[in-house]
Ligand binder design. Sequence first.
Ligand SMILES: Nc1ncnc2c1ncn2[C@@H]1O[C@H](COP(=O)(O)OP(=O)(O)OP(=O)(O)O)[C@@H](O)[C@H]1O
Length: 261
Amino acid sequence: MESIIKTKDLTIAFGGHVAVNEVSVDIPKNQFTSVIGPNGAGKTTFFNMLSGQLTPTKGQVFFKGEDITKKSATERARIGIGRSFQITNVFPNITVFENVRLAIQSRENVRFQMLRHFTKYKAFADEAMSILETVLLKDRAKALAVNLSHGEKRKLEIAMLLALNTEVLLLDEPTAGMSLEEVPAILDVIKQIKEEENRTIILIEHKMDMVLGLSDQVMVLFNGEFLAQGSPDEIMENETVQAVYIGGSQDDKHTSEIGTD
Ligand SMILES: Nc1ncnc2c1ncn2[C@@H]1O[C@H](COP(=O)(O)OP(=O)(O)OP(=O)(O)O)[C@@H](O)[C@H]1O
């Protein structure tokens, strides 16, 4: 299987604490890979090193064979690695539509300077509406971002990530904090993206049922260490994974399935 992202001995320490320890993995191209592991396993820290928000203490990140370890998050977005925006990147006092349109415009400005004439504006506007339709947020296009529910804000984050139009989408717990009614809608969105677009999706998720239903590949981290990688079935059958993660105490199990953040 062709890999798109590769890590070699990826390590980061905060003070004396090693949060990610010598993780070497291949993330397959055009596949859906989920990163799972109990709270504090190092999932978000690992993601931050893929997206360029954090610089590793040791080790390397490769994208299509190129060493990108020293590239900034902006440079990585430009070459094709996009990460779901935190809500701080959304302008609260403009509409949902305008947020997405501006994200598209910023993407285009990054690639080439363009004249802002009406046809270009219309192309951006049409694309923004199409993305909002994909993420099931078209009905809220005219709402101010500040007035969205938590679940709608997560959808807007995904919309803005799609607006970047990157080859790789990094999604960090897209359903975190959502109400139970909102989760299926966002699952549909992710399924739709997976089925319709030729993209590599890498997702951090606590909800095991979601991971198993959506993923082609699952990667397990535990205490900052790489534990296993394989198909959902292989991961479920892996005895080490069962011992430290799935078969943990009821409290651990609850935490890993439901998530706390
Ligand atoms: N900036 C930081 N400074 C110090 N310690 C950090 C920092 N970021 C993460 N850590 C520590 O690194 C470890 C891994 O954290 P990380 O957030 O990556 O785990 P996680 O698997 O994403 O957890 P969760 O599922 O709870 O989000 C934790 O022990 C955390 O406290």
